[in-house]
Design a protein around this ligand. Structure first.
Ligand code: SF4
Length: 753
């Protein structure tokens, strides 16, 4: 384990530290004296203090030393702006930035990319110059989607990586623990501070049997999402094991890991195996594969390791699934899907099929999808629905261009978009239906919350494998089941589509395509970071005010949100993405997607001071201008979805004090704490019903202490005041964040001392 093996082919001086990891593990083993899950091994081998750290799954806070940080362009802006305000000359841990989220799909790859480079010039210039300045690897627009680039270049077995994107978990496909975090967490690690994570529970998923026919790796996670629901993975790492694992390609495992984000899991891990070794070799990392083999004993679970929950799936019996609409955990097996479409009145015509994205754009996915398209064309059929392909990376695009799949998709009637997120994150200038018109689309993406793809709340968005997307696009119907239904060829003869097949890895190797990487220069001192003071897209940050040491009295309730309040509802994506680096401008989207319990409408709340109904951000600004603190009342799993720290920065910027909910999604809860907000939960969730939107509340902040509930005093419009107990998960260190105004203020203060 003493060997010096580089983490990747891009950086000279960053090495894989299996030696240190095994030493740390030996210390933890001697303390715990029990078999460990693989997830635990990765985490505990990265402990900051393996001797002294409290280790209790589900309750202690682990202080960890991640190996790497990765940021996508939308979240990198704020992360780097925050890093800059800490005043350091370069990042303390290896970091990369990836330009993928800001490219809108309009007409096709090359043109859309060119247009995006023009529109986003000042952001790309800022990121490119800041990366050069602070020693960060920069992947230019057109290089591909962050998670695909990470898998192809940076992830190695046993690594602990954090990324400012909730689908960072994708890296689990290569036996690493890759965890989505807010920008503030990334800033901590970029600055060399340990990173804190509540020790996750571990959910084991035992795979047996072998997939065949139309069943794909995607169906494993679609099934698991149906079992666990969007809340079921909260606070847990999902760990796959068992003989079925070896039957899945590394990129297939990445697909399963990717959508672990949809069940709220901290991350997903697969044990290191030969399929991963093959992928490392194919991506020019044989040395890493060999090194991992020498550490293989610790790159899987110990015999007898215990899981907090166990699920078993027999892959031989697994049916293809379609999940949705509006939520990724509404899982329907294909045999029941047509019935479900009828019973629920979902629009029957399939308007658009989309494949690719970070979830499903491997060589295997593209090959299988192209095989189905070719089969249809051999019968004289093309796609009936509109059909879009998003290659996950320049390497994938170049390889499928060389090997013919790309041409197949175009002949089939498809449009190949830029190597970027595109319609997956609402970057889609969709023209075929009007806003508000009910319609169905189906994609091989991961997330299908209301309005996510096209900004149309009436679009019924479903997720499935690329195979089923292609098959259903050929039929143009939500009723089609390729396992049982026939199609008519150009002469009217009936035929069935053949089950898909495709190579897991390209026989002729990957074609790297165009060089899209910018390495940091040797001389970084002379680099100037480019931020224009008049920019409406980038704004240098000023620190938030510290806590005044008093209870907060007479707070207004900005909104009592009802039902799902995801980070998309709190800080919408789509057109707003362009303001990610400008806190004041992006705050104009605060909570505009949340449903007000008072009227069942979005973005219409009563200003309790003026009595007028207005947009949520306008009312928040008015309260702030009048010096009135406010709180949000929320439902279950508030903040589920993404790691977007804007969802926490915006309420703080507009004068919010606390978010009081039935429960939180993990990342969002931490993000709120980092920004100096109070994420609080009803000790008795039934108390949610006792609050009316026009009540005033006092939050007794002076009661804040680790493990102690705090009081919210409710003053109804009529009737007498009453107290409600609220719980929280602050630890000592996090309480300092609240007191100092934010985690960043705390960091700046500690650096000065
Ligand atoms: Fe991009 Fe969609 Fe993947 Fe997020 S989930 S990284 S938006 S492709």
């Amino acid at each position: 384990l003493d060997k010096k093996v580089r983490q990747n082919n891009w950086e000279e001086n960053n090495f894989i530290n299996y030696k240190k990891m095994s030493e740390n593990l030996a210390i933890v083993r001697s303390r715990l004296n029990r078999p460990l899950t693989f997830a635990e091994k990765i985490l505990y081998s990265h402990l900051d203090d393996p001797h002294g750290q409290d280790i209790e799954r589900g309750s202690s806070y682990l202080k960890l030393r991640p190996d790497r940080v990765a940021c996508q362009d939308a979240t990198a802006q704020m992360a780097i702006l925050q890093f800059m305000s800490a005043g350091m000359p370069s990042v303390a841990n290896p970091t990369t930035v990836h330009c993928d989220h800001l490219i809108e799909a309009q007409i096709g790859g090359a043109k859309d990319l060119e247009r995006a480079v023009g529109i986003n010039k000042e952001v790309y210039d800022f990121l490119a110059s800041a990366c050069a300045k602070f020693n960060i690897g920069f992947w230019k627009p057109g290089s591909g989607i962050i998670h695909q680039i990470l898998l192809e270049n940076y992830i190695y077995p046993g690594a602990l990586l954090i990324g400012t994107d909730s689908h960072t978990v994708n890296g689990g496909g290569l036996g690493a623990a890759c965890i989505g975090v807010g920008g503030a967490d990334a800033v901590d690690v970029m600055a060399g501070l340990p990173w804190e994570l509540k020790a996750p529970k571990v959910i084991g998923v035992k795979l047996t049997g072998q997939m065949s026919g139309w069943t794909a790796a995607k169906d494993i996670i679609l099934k698991v999402a149906g079992i666990l629901t969007v809340k079921g993975g909260t606070g847990a790492i999902v760990e796959y094991f068992g003989p079925g694992v070896d039957t899945i390609s590394a990129t297939g495992m990445a697909t399963v890991a990717n959508m672990g984000a949809e069940i709220g899991a901290t991350t997903t891990v697969f044990p290191f195996n030969d399929r991963m070794y093959d992928y490392l070799v194919a991506t020019k990392r044989r040395e890493i594969g060999d090194f991992a083999r020498s550490y293989a004993k610790e790159l899987r679970e110990d015999e007898g390791a215990e899981y907090d929950q166990l699920i078993e799936i027999n892959l031989s019996e697994l049916e293809p699934h379609i999940n949705g609409p509006f939520t990724p955990d509404l899982a329907t097996p294909i045999s029941k899907f047509s019935e479900a479409v009828k019973a629920n009145g979902w629009p029957e015509e399939l308007k658009v099929g989309l494949i690719g994205s970070c979830t499903n754009s491997s060589y295997e996915d593209m090959s299988r999808a192209a095989a189905i398209a070719r089969d249809a064309m051999s019968h004289g059929l093309k796609t009936k629905s509109q059909f879009f392909v998003t290659p996950g990376s320049e390497q994938i695009r170049a390889t499928i261009a060389r090997d013919g799949q790309l041409e197949t998709f175009e002949e089939f009637g498809g449009t190949v978009l830029a190597n970027a997120c595109g319609p997956c994150i609402g970057q889609w200038d969709r023209q075929d239906v009007k806003k508000g018109e009910a319609n169905s689309i189906i994609s091989s993406y991961n997330r299908n919350f209301t309005g996510r793809n096209d900004g149309n709340p009436a679009t019924h968005s479903f997720v499935t494998s690329p195979d089923l997307v292609v098959a259903m696009a050929i039929a143009g119907s939500m009723h089609f089941n390729p396992l049982t239904d026939k199609l008519k060829d150009k002469d009217g003869n009936e035929f069935m589509l053949a089950a898909p097949s495709g190579d897991a890895l390209p026989v002729h190797g990957y074609d790297p395509g165009q060089d899209t990487y910018q390495a940091p220069p040797k001389d970084r001192a002379s680099v100037q970071v480019q931020v224009s003071p008049s920019s409406d897209r980038l704004q240098v940050l000023s620190p938030f005010k510290p806590w005044d040491g008093k209870d907060a009295t007479g707070c207004e309730i900005l909104i009592k949100a009802h039902g799902k309040t995801t980070t998309d509802h709190i800080s919408m994506a789509g057109p707003w993405l362009k303001y990610r680096g400008h806190l004041d401008n992006i705050s104009n989207n605060l909570l505009i997607g949340a449903i007000n319990s008072a009227n069942g409408e979005a973005n219409k709340v009563k200003n309790q001071v003026t009595g007028d109904w207005d947009a949520v951000p306008a009312v928040a600004r008015d309260y702030k201008a009048k010096g009135i603190k406010w709180v949000v009342v929320g439902d279950w799993n508030y903040g589920e979805g993404s790691s977007r720290e804007h969802a926490a920065l915006e309420p703080r910027h507009l004068g919010g004090l606390a978010i009081v909910t039935k429960s939180f999604a993990r990342i969002h809860e931490t993000n709120l704490k980092k920004q100096g907000m109070l994420p609080l939960t009803f000790s008795d969730p039934a108390d949610y019903d006792k609050i009316q939107p026009d009540d005033k509340v006092d939050i007794l902040c002076t009661e804040l202490a680790v493990g102690q509930p705090i009081t919210m005093r409710v003053h109804p419009k009529s009737g007498s005041a009453f107290d409600i107990k609220l719980s929280h998960t602050f630890n000592e260190g996090q309480l300092e964040w609240f007191k100092n105004g934010s985690a960043l203020n705390t960091m700046a203060k500690n650096t000065k001392n």
